[in-house]
Design a binder for this molecule. Structure first.
Ligand code: ME8
Length: 512
């Protein structure tokens, strides 16, 4: 059975989860769900990044110990993912003993291999990024462009990872693995970091003690990024198993935001090489959700009200309370293609909800159920094997499959909605609600029911609850997510003969 290992970034617990985190996590979840449906053995990992200065300072501001603070914040992430129906297989916290053991083993290996040595470094440090910044990257007033806060001068005597030794090996690796970073523009960004020259990196700290202790020098803790990246190995048993880490490595898929390309596409593969394991096979980079054109801008967005809100202040759970879980999942997957930046707004959610969910999918479901009720005695007829929609469905299944495979939920849903639109159009042309009951009406409705069955299968990774409800209403047993694709989505599999249920609208229309 093919193995499919997908990860999200592990999120800092300096603050509560926001809609940007939800974007990454729901996209990874939908892709993982798709892979379960095609029969892969899936491991979907997310979690929290709990060490480092940023978290230590947040704890201090709240007059709590870092551990107590992390213990308070980590469950907020887990609860948010549960509210968004995210089915992660594991949730890693970097304060767990299994992770400490993995970090120590991994970095000890790199030390033993001669790629870690003592040294000193001084430079401008952004606590938000938890990274040194080159003067040339900063905005006037030495402000970090990502965090809009001044950087701090930091001088350190400690251990360095010899990243500079990996320039040629990284370039060679990227030459031999041309598709390992997607999209292509992000791969080029990684390559230009590497070609620009690599400096050794200070990877331990004595200035704080909130971190994983360095096994060969316990006065130091590891720098938070060097601890965090290892989480991807911790979860597959690196701490306790053999270094080959079994079937899950290196065929892993890391979904990350574009601001952490350097860590995942330069540092991380070099660290893996230094520890004697293969670099990750695939990094899928996504862009930012923006509010009023900026990642952190103050503007009007949530609740349609006047309150100024930053993107980082929008709680995913508040959106779920307002719209329901599946509409929010659908929006996060459909609105902004993975790889691009895109606007996130309350108005945008309402208009996509009305157009795609209320008017298209919801309308198809209710008109089919109504007409089966009035013209077919409530029993779903079987589809016609010769039907224009059969051809459309075959194309849609093929292109949705390809889109899910290439981490493009946005395209997968867009193409799935083509089948909904074309089915609605067929119904409008045939007008079965005006016709006399008989084989013609049965055929039209059988085709529409078959199309709904296929839509429920293809959209289940995005909207599991809604698709299970469509499945039930069209008289099928079980759940769409338990059917095996592609076989279950073949035209002609809708059996007919089941009770089709007329029920309240799936998605009542919303006003702005
Ligand atoms: O960087 N739009 O954690 P983090 C879309 N702990 N996605 C966004 C976003 C936005 N406006 N803002 C954040 C860290 N994200 C490290 C990662 S991994 C070993 C360590 C998402 O809490 C996006 O996926 O700052 C981004 O990469 C991630 O949250 C950063 O979360």
């Amino acid at each position: 059975m093919p193995h499919f290992y997908v990860t999200t970034p592990i999120y800092y617990v300096n603050d509560a989860p926001h809609v940007g985190h939800a974007y990454a996590t729901v996209n990874a979840d939908a892709v993982a769900r798709w892979h379960r449906q095609i029969g892969d053995e899936v491991l979907f990992l997310t979690g929290t990044d709990e060490h480092g200065q940023k978290v230590a300072r947040a704890a201090e501001e709240h007059k709590m110990s870092p551990q107590a603070w992390a213990d308070r914040l980590a469950p907020r992430f887990a609860e948010t993912w549960a509210a968004l129906d995210v089915a992660n297989d594991d949730f890693i916290r970097t304060t767990e003993p299994r992770h400490h053991r993995a970090v120590q083993r991994f970095l000890q290996r790199i030390f033993d291999n001669g790629y870690i040595e003592p040294g000193s470094y001084a430079g401008w440090y952004c606590v938000g990024c938890e990274a040194y910044k080159d003067e040339s990257e900063l905005l006037p007033g030495r402000v970090c462009p990502d965090h809009r806060r001044p950087v701090e001068w930091l001088e350190q005597e400690n251990y360095f990872f010899r990243l500079s030794a990996f320039q040629d090996r990284l370039l060679e690796w990227y030459r031999d693995h041309p598709h390992s970073v997607q999209p292509e523009t992000k791969r080029n960004e990684a390559l230009s970091f590497i070609k620009g020259g690599l400096q050794d990196i200070s990877i331990t700290r004595t200035s704080i003690d909130w971190g994983v202790p360095v096994p060969w020098d316990p006065n130091h803790v590891f720098y938070v990024w060097y601890d965090a990246l290892v989480n991807y190995l911790t979860a597959i048993g690196y701490a306790d198993g053999d270094d080959g880490v079994g079937e899950w490595w290196p065929s892993v898929h890391h979904l990350i935001g574009k601001e952490i390309i350097r860590f995942h596409c330069v540092w991380w593969p070099a660290m893996c090489m230094a520890a004697g394991i293969d670099p990750p096979a695939h990094v899928q980079v996504h862009g930012f959700l923006l509010v009023g054109g900026e990642r952190l801008s103050k503007t009007r967005v949530a609740g349609g009200g006047e309150r100024a809100v930053k993107l980082t202040e929008i709680a995913p759970t508040a959106l779920v309370d307002d719209f329901g879980v599946d509409p929010i999942r659908y929006h996060l997957l459909r609105e902004v293609p993975l790889g691009a930046d895109g606007e996130f707004s309350y108005e945008g959610i309402v208009s996509r909800y009305n157009a795609d969910l209320a008017n298209n999918l919801g309308n198809l479901m209710s008109r089919v159920a109504t007409v089966v009720g009035s013209k077919c005695g409530g029993t779903g007829p079987a589809p016609r094997l010769e039907s224009r929609l059969a051809g459309v469905a075959a194309e849609v299944v093929a292109s949705a499959t390809a889109a899910w495979e290439r981490f493009a939920p946005h395209d997968a849903l867009e193409t799935t909605w083509r089948l909904i639109r074309e089915t609605n159009a067929e119904l409008e042309a045939a007008e079965p609600w005006r016709a006399e009951p008989g084989p013609e009406v049965d055929g039209v409705l059988g085709d529409a029911l078959q199309a709904l069955q296929i839509v429920a299968l293809l959209a289940a990774p995005a909207m599991p609850t809604t698709c299970a409800e469509v499945w039930r209403r069209i008289g099928l047993t079980g759940r769409p997510e338990d059917q095996r694709l592609p076989g279950a989505a073949r035209w002609g599999t809708y059996p007919g003969g089941g009770a089709v249920e007329k029920a309240p609208p799936l998605f009542p229309r919303r006003s702005q």
